[in-house]
Design a protein around this ligand. Structure first.
Ligand SMILES: [Ca+2]
Ligand SMILES: [Ca+2]
Ligand SMILES: [Ca+2]
Length: 127
């Protein structure tokens, strides 16, 4: 299987201003009102960087659940379920690889018409 390469590791070292203030539109580099995979990965990487409180490049369950609840107002019960699904090796921590996998899967899932971009219409409200 060909692995989609997203350089999340590189993106994480970019200093981020507060994620809460920026919408996905800030990551739409070519301004076509849609996110391609690399733009989407940039968006997600910024969000994940914000979640990693102790900046160890991994996400504990509490960082993931508490962070997304505080930033996005997402239901913690739902987040815990999500974390369990993301955490493939079940060590209660998300690695970069696990996060990258999820970002690629998430992108595919959101791209309903398989156009390889996520348009404004496909974008979930909470984005
Ligand atoms: Ca775009
Ligand atoms: Ca961490
Ligand atoms: Ca894990």
């Amino acid at each position: 299987m060909k692995k989609t390469k997203i350089s999340l590791a590189c993106l994480l070292v970019i200093p981020m201003s507060s994620f809460a203030d920026s919408s996905w539109k800030a990551f739409d580099k070519d301004k076509d009102n849609a996110l391609n995979l690399s733009e989407f990965a940039g968006y997600k990487a910024a969000l994940y960087a914000e979640l990693d409180m102790n900046e160890d490049g991994k996400w504990s369950r509490s960082e993931f659940v508490k962070g997304l609840r505080d930033i996005k107002g997402i239901d913690p019960h739902w987040l815990r379920e999500k974390f369990k699904r993301f955490d493939k090796d079940d060590n209660r921590s998300l690695s970069l690889e696990e996060a990258e996998n999820e970002i690629a899967k998430n992108f595919k899932w959101l791209d309903k018409d398989k156009s390889k971009t996520i348009t404004q219409k496909e974008m979930p409200k909470r984005f």
